[in-house]
Design a protein around this ligand. Structure first.
Ligand code: ADP
Ligand code: ZN
Ligand code: ZN
Length: 748
């Protein structure tokens, strides 16, 4: 027997191995085998079984052993991986490595079952005649008697032989460990260990879905109609219009047909808030999959999805598109415009929204893309009739969209009316809002204290020694950190160039804003939410919980506060600096700015009352700012389509970004030039570059970029072939074989 094996290596697709006869019986397609590869050993996945030897003349090695005698995937998954590898220009092995939990494919990360200690009556006392005797024996210890009584009461239907988890018993009876020891010593109770599942169960009541409002009902019906003709529908509903409620109704329909549902959300919206909201309706049918899940839990969810008990609804972040699904009927991509659906590093650099549409096609499932501010791509597809389109223009209960007031900070600065970075009107509105008992959100898209420190005398600024970028100042830690490689440095007390002690910080990060708000409102509780203080999932939900419960009055944050959070007492949102968003040098900067500002504005005044937004900018007449003020998505869209047609950007053109990296700048420069020429020979002026990016060195590696702009209707397989060959040619080139070349298809 010969097999094709997928190995976690960045080259080729599958590799042929021989199966010794005594192992043949254990081999099934999809099982895991251990093989030697070069000088290494790898666990790989069997993709095909062949009975005839391959024609190649090279020596075929036998496998070492069979690791799992069952398949760890459901067959269509492999097809999906192949699509990912093909489209995103990586190897099948890189997909395998990224998507299958380490516990299933790595010896070093062996999956361990979870054990729990249980308590039961010893065989001597576990019948009703003897039970009285047991109580007599505890007469002199009221604590033991109480514990024994609690134990009996916890037994379901008086099954005396049954066990109860020790944790639960001590918890519910409020008894101590030593009381339990007393009963163990008297041989009345005994303990034993059992393997248990890590997956949580839900024991509260299941609620009926909320009744939809007439407008929501109408949108729901349009969706259902649209499903008859189109596989994908865009639900364009303003913030707080009740998109989630509509999803819940559609999910119920899919479950009635016994289909599975995948509900994709960006990482941060996977707060406990949403999980709780959905658990109420779907209980144990709902499984949750996010990046905070550890390796063992990953394995259990994965195995659970292979079993007959698979969750019917998975609520998950981008990587959950790779779980095993038997029969998907529906995929929801909520906040479909979110950039966190794109995986940056390592390969596969996939976009989960786009990949989800392909996955749905493979299952014959329908897709809902939901957003208040759709991506230009999705709106374009809807406008061309490729996707269905359903619009919800009113908030639930008809609350008006927030009133956005622009504030010209350039003017105010000229008149010296700004208080550091706060305009007088923002401060006044904050006071007013707090006096009304409402809460305030302040949005600044930059973490840390200040993006820069600088010498007042000679303008020296500290830079990262490994990256070509200035360091951010974090005041609480009193450190400088590099936001590219994460390295931290001590804050200098004097300028190394001129010896001056006058070092000052420039610009505003969330930490500095938090500090200033504390000075302006000393008696008000202020918190901050950004990736610095919310590294762990738990701290994010604690911060959000304190805000949702009203304990925190002012929350300062980065874009983390803009994402799908549902607070009902936010009276005011302050956008501290709109310009810093718009000034990014990326073709999506305006689209992103519009989305961020609209989303963060949408956190204001959700349920009963219209909210207020103060938008600080030095450019209040800018058409994009006007579009934000007027909640005019189409104005932004039309502006963008015009520009992108002119400059050949998505959705009219497909972009592939090529990154070259090397330790030596001169080697890299010639490599980048030659690589560009190589591609230009085949693709002409679709190849642009090589360019030196703004941050041209990260972690001691110099960086150059080449951009491909390919007609949206061009054959991607031709381009793939050209790129694959070019990479191969360089890998064999004596001078350039150490130059790293990465492809990013549809980059963010
Ligand atoms: P979106 O997802 O569009 O931002 P949500 O579904 O989160 O909107 O709805 C916003 C708020 O209004 C939530 O608190 C939600 O519970 C409430 N809501 C929306 N529709 C209904 C409904 N039909 N019945 C009861 N509450 C609703
Ligand atoms: Zn100096
Ligand atoms: Zn760095």
């Amino acid at each position: 027997m010969y097999i094709e094996v997928v190995l976690p290596v960045p080259l080729g697709n599958t590799f042929t191995y021989f199966v010794p006869p005594q192992m043949e019986a254990q081999i099934v397609s999809g099982c895991i085998v251990l093989v030697s590869f070069g000088r290494a050993k790898h666990y790989g996945l069997v993709s095909h079984i062949k009975q005839v030897p391959p024609e190649e003349t090279i020596k075929i090695k036998p496998i070492i052993s069979v690791e799992s005698p069952q398949s760890v995937i459901i067959r269509p998954q492999l097809r999906f991986w192949e699509w990912i590898a093909n489209y995103y220009l990586c190897s099948l092995g890189e997909v395998f490595k990224a998507v299958v939990p380490a516990g299933l494919r790595l010896e070093s990360a062996q999956y361990t079952k979870k054990k729990e200690t249980f308590v039961r009556l010893t065989s001597e006392y576990s019948n009703s005649d003897k039970l009285q005797e047991a109580f007599t024996k505890t007469k002199r210890s009221p604590k033991q008697e109480h514990l024994l009584l609690s134990f009996i009461q916890l037994l379901k239907q008086d099954k005396l032989k049954q066990g109860i988890s020790k944790r639960e018993l001590l918890d519910k009876s409020k008894a101590s460990d030593s009381t339990l020891k007393g009963l163990l010593n008297k041989d009345i109770l005994e303990t034993y260990d059992e393997y248990i599942s890590r997956l949580e169960t839900y024991d509260k009541d299941i609620a009926d879905a909320n009744t939809l409002s007439p407008l929501q009902e109408d949108a729901y019906k349009q969706l259902m109609l649209s499903f008859r003709e189109k596989d994908v529908s865009l639900l364009h509903g303003v913030t707080s219009s009740g998109k989630t409620e509509i999803y819940i109704h559609v999910i119920k329909e899919a479950l009635k047909l016994n289909k599975q549902v995948l509900y994709l959300v960006p990482e941060i919206s996977l707060s406990e808030q949403l999980t709780e909201r959905l658990k109420k309706f779907f209980g144990d049918k709902l499984g949750v999959y996010h990046s905070g899940i550890n390796n063992n839990e990953r394995v259990e969810i994965w195995n659970n999805q292979l079993s007959d008990n698979a969750y019917q609804v998975i609520l998950g972040v981008r990587s959950s598109i790779f779980l095993p699904y038997k029969d998907l009927g529906l995929i929801i991509v909520d906040e479909e415009h979110e950039s966190s659906y794109k995986q940056q590093d390592p390969a596969p650099r996939y976009n989960a929204r786009n990949a989800a549409i392909v996955l749905a096609t493979m299952h014959g499932a329908k897709v809902i893309l939901g957003s208040a501010t759709p991506s230009v791509e999705s709106y374009y597809n809807a406008s061309k009739g490729k996707y269905g389109y359903i619009k919800l223009e009113k908030r639930f209960e008809n609350t008006e969209l927030p009133n956005i007031t622009p504030v010209d900070v350039k003017e105010l600065r000229r008149k010296k009316l700004m208080k550091s970075i706060f305009s007088p009107i923002l401060i006044d509105k904050m006071k007013e809002t707090l006096d009304n008992g409402e809460q305030v959100l302040l949005f600044q898209n930059r973490r840390g204290f200040a993006p820069l420190i600088q010498c007042k005398i000679c303008d020296w600024t500290p830079k990262c020694s490994r990256c070509d970028i200035s360091l951010n100042f974090h005041k609480k830690l009193n450190k400088l950190t590099c936001h590219y490689c994460g390295r931290t440095y001590n804050t200098p007390t004097e300028c190394p160039d001129c010896g001056s002690l006058k070092l000052h910080s420039k610009g505003y990060g969330t930490e500095k804003i938090e500090e200033e708000v504390n000075l302006l409102f000393p008696d008000v509780s202020v918190e901050r939410l950004d990736t610095d203080n919310a590294k762990k999932k738990q701290s994010i939900s604690n911060i959000l919980y304190r805000f949702a419960s009203g304990k925190t009055k002012i929350l300062v944050g980065t874009q983390m506060i803009s994402k799908g959070l549902d607070f009902d007492n936010v009276g005011l949102v302050g956008i501290i600096n709109a310009d810093s968003l718009m000034n990014l040098s990326d073709f999506r900067a305006y689209e992103r700015s519009y989305q961020l500002m609209s989303q963060v504005a949408g956190r204001a005044g959700r349920r009963k009352k219209q909210g207020e937004v103060i938008l600080q900018t030095s450019n209040p007449e800018h058409p994009l700012i006007k579009a934000v003020l007027n909640h005019d998505y189409e104005a932004m869209y039309n502006m963008q389509i015009e520009e992108r047609t002119l400059f050949r950007y998505p959705p009219l053109f497909r972009i592939i970004e090529i990154t070259l990296k090397n330790r030596y700048e001169n080697v890299l420069d010639t490599a980048a030039t030659e690589f560009t020429l190589l591609l230009q020979n085949e693709l002409g002026d679709r190849v642009i570059g090589p360019d030196k990016p703004i941050v041209a060195k990260v972690q001691n590696l110099y960086i150059r970029k080449i951009l491909l702009k390919i007609e949206a209707n061009a054959s991607i397989s031709t381009v793939r072939e050209i790129l694959t060959n070019a990479k191969k040619q360089f890998a064999e080139h004596p001078k350039y074989k150490y130059v790293t070349i990465q492809y990013d298809v549809d980059p963010n």
